[in-house]
Design a protein around this ligand. Structure first.
Ligand code: SAM
Length: 253
């Protein structure tokens, strides 16, 4: 307090060249406690674990070369998937591309030692037909990938199941699945709408669906598909600043 009034008095009578050292001293005094807090390096304004904090760091480093998903979005996925590991259900990813986020899910499942099935759905050959009235992506986008390449990245463990082909055709035969966690990263209207129709009724109470591209200007069909599907349902998609939307399946039914 006393230092502040001194500075105010100095400011009235002295040029800045003389008041600046006082200001600098005060700033230093105020800053000192922040330097001492635990995990200081991971506060970028706020605590920012998506920069690679703790056990997430090595996973982020491994997935980054193989994904279009930013660290912030990967962190959301990682945190929700970790919670879903407590459920006795399958993990789904629809929209795999080169396997970056699938690799993260596989690593998490491996780390538990319990074999949650991980089902991966994609053409593994690029975007199918899109709807020019709703989508900006075009058929053939994301073609620079292959099933063999993704298997090499994500793994060939017995708990990982690859379903190459067109969603929703590749859901056929999986009607008995109970799903703990689904990452829907398909970018286009029909693919996302079809995934909601199949996955949501099979989502376990306590489970999550994460829509990667809900808020992206490049994916207007994603928001339309999610909003239409959940309109009138009790589950309200939680829209995040990352562009993702998360749906929690409650315990009520
Ligand atoms: C944005 S990429 C997925 C990104 C990935 N999760 C990552 O970590 O980078 C979207 C993928 O969805 C796939 N896709 C979209 N609609 C599909 C459909 N109906 N059937 C199969 N794959 C589809 C595309 O082939 C593309 O690989």
């Amino acid at each position: 307090m006393r230092l502040k009034s001194l500075e105010r008095a100095l400011k009235l009578f002295l040029p800045p060249i003389l008041t600046e050292p006082v200001r600098r001293r005060r700033r230093a005094r105020n800053d000192r406690p922040y330097d001492d807090i635990p995990d200081r390096a991971f506060y970028d304004g706020v605590f920012s674990p998506w920069q690679g904090y703790g056990e997430f760091g090595p996973i982020l480093a491994r997935m980054r070369p193989h994904t279009r998903v930013s660290p912030e979005r990967a962190w959301v996925l990682y945190s929700l998937a970790r919670q879903a590991l407590a459920l006795d259900g399958a993990f789904y990813e629809a929209g795999v591309f080169r396997g970056g986020t699938a690799l993260m899910l596989a690593e998490l499942i491996r780390s538990t030692g319990r074999a949650h099935p991980l089902h991966l759905f994609d053409t593994f050959a690029g975007m199918p037909q899109t709807d020019p009235g709703r989508d900006i992506h075009r058929a053939g986008d994301f073609a620079d990938t292959s099933l063999d390449g993704v298997r090499g990245t994500v793994g060939a463990d017995a708990f990982i199941h690859y379903h190459p082909g067109y969603v929703p055709d590749t859901f056929a035969g999986r009607e008995a699945d109970r799903i703990a966690f689904a990452h829907v990263d398909l970018d286009i209207y029909k693919s996302i709408r079809d995934s909601c129709e199949f996955i949501f009724p099979r989502l376990l109470p306590g489970g999550f669906m994460v829509f990667d591209d809900y808020g992206f200007m490049s994916c207007p069909g994603a928001r339309q598909a999610v909003d239409e599907f959940f309109a009138g349902r009790p589950e309200v998609p939680l829209v995040l600043p990352t562009g993702q939307a998360v749906v929690f399946r409650g315990f009520a039914g």
